[in-house]
Design a protein around this ligand. Sequence first.
Ligand code: GLY
Length: 412
Amino acid sequence: MIIRKCSALLLLLLFTLQSTAQQKAGKHDFDFVFRLAERQYTDMLAISKDLHRYPRTSNSDGSVHYDTVDDWTGGFWPGCLWDIYQFTKKDNWKKAAIQWTESLENNQYNTRHHDIGFMMYSSYGNAMKFVPQAAYKKILVQSARSLITRYNPVVKSIKSWNYRKSWDGKTEWFFPVIIDNMMNLELLFYAGKVTGDPLFRQVAINHAETAMKYHIRKDYSSYHVVDYDTITGKMLHQQTCQGFADNSTWARGQAWGIYGFTLMYRETRDMRYLNTAKKMADFFMNHPNLPKDKIPYWDFNVGQPGYKADWKYNPADFNETPRDASAAAITASALLEMQGYLGKKGAPYKAFAIAVLQSLSSPAYLAAPGTNSHFLLKHSVGSIPHGNEIDVPLVYADYYFLEALLRLKNLQ
Ligand code: GLY
């Protein structure tokens, strides 16, 4: 027992020394993080035998909290496995990634929300890179068809959620669209390319145009939720659901926007999208409320004068304002793509992304082996207004962290 405790302590000490040393040296030890990922996810696989329960976060007792097949995070777990396979090229990771990817097959017909892009592109989309096959292509195309059933040509947007009310209980949303939806457009571009049907691309472009008009403020911060009149197409409400206040900037929403408009530029070469992504990144990177380690608070405006929460916010519930490592990881990954489109002007964006990855790879955010419910990153936030997933690991934080590391490695 004592020997086991001593060796666990020694492991923790070695881990801390190694991750602190690499942070100080200002360089990235990819092997170190991917070795840790292999260790953590080997343990995760060992306890996760039901292929329809997808690791998402941790419960308060430290056990793994699983998502159902039709909820929005299902695809990130196979996505993480594909990321490890991409780095290690080991067959066991490929086998696991295929199994978990294929367990999502029925989702191709899911029209209940907009998240099918997240679910199917991070799983089957990655699978197509490593084990391309006609069956996967068909599933992705059907997924894109399901997604565009939620498109309204009058609004020129894809409906994210079905009817719900805002936090103040007064506003009804009949056609709510969230900034996160920019991420689903990647699936549509894919479907457009493989089918030759111009509809997919056109829907993606129309959606991005509407989002650029109504989600993005003059200072390039973003509204989380925008609601539209389905008959006239008129924009009705600009609010929040997961952020602090309607006029605040929810950190992960800003991150989805940076990533989403970068991918819009990749697919269209329209400079307006690149400019939007860049200015949204500038807002994030230069915000006076961004902590020194560059990992944002969950919302840039928590508790600030001029920002009123419509949900039950009690500052006394928090010893300190929670950070959101997931927003940092998504932003780092997006910036590593975006900087490549900016020539010499890309340097500060790349440097920022590297600094974020160094923070995330330090013991402050990266789990010690055998801890953190088998996830990699600590300190993310699902939704504080819902009182849900506060200061926990989240599978999508891991996914975009690994994706960002792979992008950085490719650059080097
Ligand atoms: N798309 C949901 C979220 O970012 O929490």
